[in-house]
Write a protein that binds this ligand. Structure first.
Ligand code: ZN
Length: 459
């Protein structure tokens, strides 16, 4: 049993209950057994007691969109829009092997943990035919770091010769992609309560996936009762592509293919008109908002307050580290608030809404709001204890404002299912220096082996 007390608590439950000074008690089954104001009433002498003075306890953050493999291809195509960035990086990614994916995923997940993230998805869609299974590598990395993991088996089957954006060598055959996706579900998906590993189905984007694969992937996911994820409405160029190729907007295209529904979450949703917002709301389709990535690629600012006003579930994603080198989820709380206010003015989004996006909003995207995303008795003990009494935060009396508006806060403690992953700002499940060295080695090896186009990207 772990007893955290004397800390502020922001539960992010339905009533948004907060305590100026309170406690959270975690049972040996990895779930929250008590929570409330003041000290814990439990007198168990064997319990580990954590003095949270000067700290704020929140639900662990939930990352709703990522491409972990990109950790080893950061810093390239620095001034490109999405399509230019992708065409520069595809030849580099074509040389990915499982060792690079493992090193990238371990580094990316370790860094996420250090920014308060307890659950992450990943969207891996680069499966050069004839290579080992990169999904297995990133699952192994998630086990090492100790985060709850919901990777997507992504896919691309629309190469350049068929009118798509990626080179032909980087795409799979439609049938092979579907079979491999089903095999990943068979092998890894754990639907049980408290699961540390669930798999979602995620063809990549309208310009890299055929309509057949989109339709069949949705049918597969629904047959197997798992969630669906894809990129949609990220850039103006994507909208042009959809209008030119399919004669409709990205959201109309998605709807045509059976891709709206309460089992779907979409990455980005930047370019949405009122009709698209209404269809997302009516169908319960969720959106993973990626404000830093959208800024890095100059994609635009998503209409998050409008989505929230209509009841669309919205979570936060850091997105792949090649389009968002910072790779931290804690910092996205502030970025989401800033982006919303740059578009809609000073009342567009407040600090508590930002925290909700990064916690319960992400949990709704992943279909796990019954178990994670808020601190409530019976839920999984995925808890972030942020230290707010240091130089960067002391004097900001509202702890949620200190967390969201202040600099990235250090973690006193990060628990996943009651297991310590971070303590006093350091990873406890693995060695951060080793992760750094392995990622650097993989980066150098990959760039040295990359096609000339990849080398040019570095020059
Ligand atoms: Zn993405």
């Amino acid at each position: 049993m772990i007893i955290i007390e004397n800390c502020a608590v922001a539960t992010v439950d339905d009533d948004r209950t907060e305590h100026r000074s309170g406690h959270v008690v975690i049972g040996d089954d990895g779930r929250i057994t008590a929570l409330g104001p003041g000290p814990a009433a439990v007198g168990d002498r064997t319990a580990t007691r954590v003095d949270g003075t000067g700290c704020l306890a929140t639900p662990g953050l939930v990352n709703a969109h990522h491409h972990l493999y990109q950790w080893v291809t950061r810093g390239l195509a620095q001034d490109a829009d999405l399509f230019g960035w992708l065409t520069t990086l595809y030849p580099v990614w074509a040389r990915l092997d499982t060792e690079a994916v493992y090193a990238a995923a371990a580094a990316g997940l370790g860094w996420l943990a250090l920014s308060g993230c307890t659950t992450s998805t990943d969207h891996h869609y680069v499966f050069p035919p004839g290579r080992d299974d990169p999904l297995a590598a990133e699952i192994e990395a998630a086990r090492l770091v100790g985060l709850r993991f919901q990777p997507c088996r992504g896919s691309m089957d629309l190469g350049r010769s068929a009118g798509g954006l990626p080179p032909d060598a980087l795409v799979e055959k439609t049938e092979a992609a579907l079979l491999a996706t089903e095999a990943a579900l068979d092998r890894y998906h754990d639907p049980s309560p408290g699961s540390m590993l669930r798999i979602s189905v995620a063809p990549c984007s309208p310009f890299s996936v055929s309509p057949t694969l989109m339709r069949e992937a949705a049918a597969l996911a629904r047959r197997r009762g798992v969630r669906l994820h894809t990129h949609l409405a990220e850039t103006a160029e994507e909208e042009e592509y959809c209008r030119h190729t399919h004669g409709c907007t990205p959201v109309e295209y998605a709807e045509r293919l059976g891709w709206l529904g309460d089992d779907v979450w979409l990455a980005h949703g930047v370019h949405l008109d009122d009709r698209a917002l209404a269809r997302l709301a009516e169908t319960g389709t969720a959106v993973a908002h990626c404000p830093s990535s959208n800024a890095r690629l100059g994609a635009g600012i998503a209409r998050v307050p409008d989505l929230l006003a209509r009841g669309v579930p919205v979570g936060l994603g850091v997105d792949g580290a090649a389009s968002q080198e910072a790779g931290q989820l804690g910092a996205e709380l502030r970025q989401a608030l800033y982006a919303a206010r740059l578009r809609g003015g000073p009342t567009a989004l407040n600090v508590r809404q930002a925290l909700a996006l990064g916690t319960i909003g992400g949990a709704r995207c992943l279909g796990r709001a019954d178990e994670i995303g808020s601190l409530e008795v019976g839920k999984l003990a995925d808890v972030a204890l942020w230290r707010l009494d240091g130089l960067g935060h002391a004097g900001i009396d509202d702890p949620v404002a200190a967390l969201v508006l202040g600099p990235p806060a250090p973690l006193a403690l990060l628990l996943v299912g009651g297991r310590v992953v971070v303590a006093e700002g350091e990873l406890r499940t693995t060695d951060a220096a080793r992760l750094t060295a392995a990622a650097l080695r993989a980066h150098r090896r990959l760039l040295a082996r990359a096609e000339p186009a990849g080398r040019r990207a570095v020059a």
